[in-house]
Design a protein around this ligand. Structure first.
Ligand code: SF4
Ligand code: SF4
Ligand code: SF4
Length: 225
């Protein structure tokens, strides 16, 4: 049975512990940033930032709402990036059958700039990034080194509010449905994102467009939900 994340954005305080813990575990350096009038830093995912807490403020039903979204690879059940990569460089994207983790390997170096653009544009969540120094294409790997040794991903371990949970897919599905029912009582627009197609299930209290452009995935210019 695959493993899944359940990311409950209603519990996220934007402390960014997950973002920093990811960098720490992966040995990735800080990304130079500048003041852009937002607390979101850096501006986007990049080769050295595989997990990014996104900030968005909107007026919804007359109230100012600040939404946080801990963004990362969704570990798609049938990953479109792998379909492209299998043609361009076999073995560059693999699926770990035990956990469902989608993992990029050193073979990604063989993928051309055009091939990379193809992979990135087919990803419904705009996740893959290229490290221009190493030539590798990179993203979250579900902390496969930890998970294959019975540990949970570093981002989940570091989250102080329980906004990132990780475990057996069936358990995460059950938990997410239970929590959705609770949140819906106060926020009828609440929904689960990417529940059926990926191993990273998100709970949002408002329409996905109020969180992040790719919150619910875009395919051929069309949003999933
Ligand atoms: Fe690939 Fe994107 Fe799915 Fe991650 S979210 S497995 S990068 S298609
Ligand atoms: Fe980073 Fe690991 Fe969390 Fe992925 S699972 S975002 S690699 S800490
Ligand atoms: Fe939100 Fe948890 Fe990440 Fe903090 S560690 S930003 S509460 S998801």
């Amino acid at each position: 049975m695959a493993k899944s994340f359940f990311i409950d954005t209603t519990k996220c305080t934007a402390c960014r512990g997950c973002q920093v813990a990811c960098k720490d575990w992966k040995g990735l350096p800080a990304t130079p940033t500048k003041q852009r009038g937002s607390h979101q830093n850096p501006e986007d995912l990049n080769a050295k930032t595989l997990k990014l807490v996104r900030f968005a403020d909107h007026t919804i039903d007359g109230k100012v709402v600040w939404n946080f979204f801990s963004d990362q690879c969704r570990h798609c059940i049938e990953p479109p990036c792998k379909i492209i990569a299998d043609d361009l460089a076999p073995g560059s994207v693999i699926k770990d059958e035990k956990t469902g983790a989608i993992i990029y390997t050193k073979e990604t170096k063989k993928i051309s700039a055009d091939g990379f653009e193809e992979m990135r544009s087919i990803c419904p969540y705009n996740i893959p990034r290229r490290n221009e120094e190493t030539g590798l294409i990179v993203k979250c790997d579900m902390c496969i080194d930890r998970v294959s040794n019975g540990l949970i991903p570093m981002c989940a371990k570091s989250c102080p509010t329980g906004a990132i949970l990780f475990g057996e897919r069936d358990d995460m599905l059950a938990l997410s449905e239970k929590r959705l029912a609770e949140i819906k009582k106060k926020s009828p627009s609440a929904r689960l994102l990417s529940k059926d197609d990926t191993n990273a299930i998100y709970l949002v209290a408002h329409e996905p467009k109020f969180y992040h452009e790719y919150a619910c995935g875009i395919v051929n210019g069309k949003r999933f939900a």
